[in-house]
Design a protein around this ligand. Structure first.
Ligand SMILES: NC(=O)c1ccc[n+]([C@@H]2O[C@H](COP(=O)([O-])OP(=O)(O)OC[C@H]3O[C@@H](n4cnc5c(N)ncnc54)[C@H](OP(=O)(O)O)[C@@H]3O)[C@@H](O)[C@H]2O)c1
Length: 276
């Protein structure tokens, strides 16, 4: 039996199945080639942390296991299933090579792959790898699943590294004035590639530029009801204060009690006003 969630907004008191909840949002139909629908999904603790690190010991930032749940991951994958294109980054490619993180570059569940095919999407989404350094290895699963793959970087990225990737047959999307990728330039390039539902599965730096440059259409946010502390931590954004670019409208709020065990979590989504 699917887990039950309590709806708190916009309809309070109604119970809904967790399974299929985000598929009903049909984010795959909300964009078009001139105005793609760009969405992201993050998990945060009650004290606003999305990852912990230990800068003194040079430990890579990590998401503490005890804040993750199967429910949150299932909803993350339902959003993945609705994308024609996902945006990841060089850091994730390095983490995959070093086996520090699991592979989420593909939709794994046969049911979700079938859902994609029944709804006019390719079995797997195209993948954009954002990187300023261009120092990473492309994960073999992208070849195995025949996914279209592009590398996005800034105009001032290292020329030798650009040639290296071009020699390997990759198309480089120059989407930023310096070495970093910028949100608006990237979405302009993805419009030319005709993508309509673009799922940002990158980290806080890509989220920051997408929000700062008003390119994000929707933020899915899970808030686990846990305070996790930590001296060194990451939060959703990385840049200076925002003005109204950070204003969002709550569209739904669900409560799952006792998940993680002994706590609970909110699943919510907010819409923004992008200027594509
Ligand atoms: N709780 C959550 O929902 C959640 C979600 C995402 C991430 N996280 C966690 O947060 C921590 C930090 O996130 P992260 O490592 O994924 O991402 P990040 O620190 O934002 O970026 C990591 C790498 O991505 C590339 N990159 C990011 N933004 C870029 C841009 N605008 N232009 C060019 N390249 C860019 C860079 O790679 P190069 O060095 O190759 O240039 C950068 O080193 C990690 O522990 C991660 O697991 C948590």
């Amino acid at each position: 039996m699917s887990k039950q969630l309590f709806g708190l907004y916009p309809h309070c008191g109604q119970q809904d199945d967790l399974k299929g909840l985000y598929l009903t949002h049909r984010v795959d139909t909300l964009g078009c080639t001139t105005e793609p629908f760009v969405y992201a999904n993050f998990l945060s603790s009650l004290d606003g942390r999305i990852a912990l690190e230990d800068t003194g010991q040079n430990i890579q930032p990590y998401i503490p296991k005890h804040i993750t749940t199967a429910s949150d991951f299932a909803l993350f994958m339902e959003l993945h299933a609705q994308a024609d294109c996902i945006i990841t980054h060089g850091g994730y490619m390095r983490a995959l090579s070093e086996k520090r993180l699991g592979n989420v570059l593909q939709v794994k569940s046969n049911k979700l792959v079938e859902w994609r095919c029944n709804n006019g999407l390719k079995p797997q989404p195209a993948v954009i790898i954002a990187s300023a350094s261009l120092n990473f290895t492309v994960h073999a699963s992208l070849y195995e699943h025949q996914q279209d793959c592009f590398i996005a970087t800034g105009k001032n990225a290292n020329v030798e590294r650009i040639h290296y990737w071009q020699d390997q047959g990759y198309r480089i999307l120059k989407a930023g004035e310096e070495q970093m990728v910028q949100g608006e330039a990237l979405i302009q390039q993805l419009k030319q590639l005709q993508y309509k539902s673009i799922y940002l599965i990158a980290g806080p730096r890509m989220l920051d530029t997408m929000i700062r440059e008003k390119q994000l259409s929707r933020l899915y946010l899970t808030i686990t009801h846990q305070l996790i502390g930590g001296l060194d931590f990451r939060t959703l954004l990385t840049g200076p204060p925002l003005a109204d670019e950070g204003n969002m409208t709550l569209k739904s709020l669900y409560y799952e009690p006792n998940s993680p065990l002994g706590s609970g979590q909110f699943f919510m989504h907010f819409d923004l006003q992008p200027t594509h």
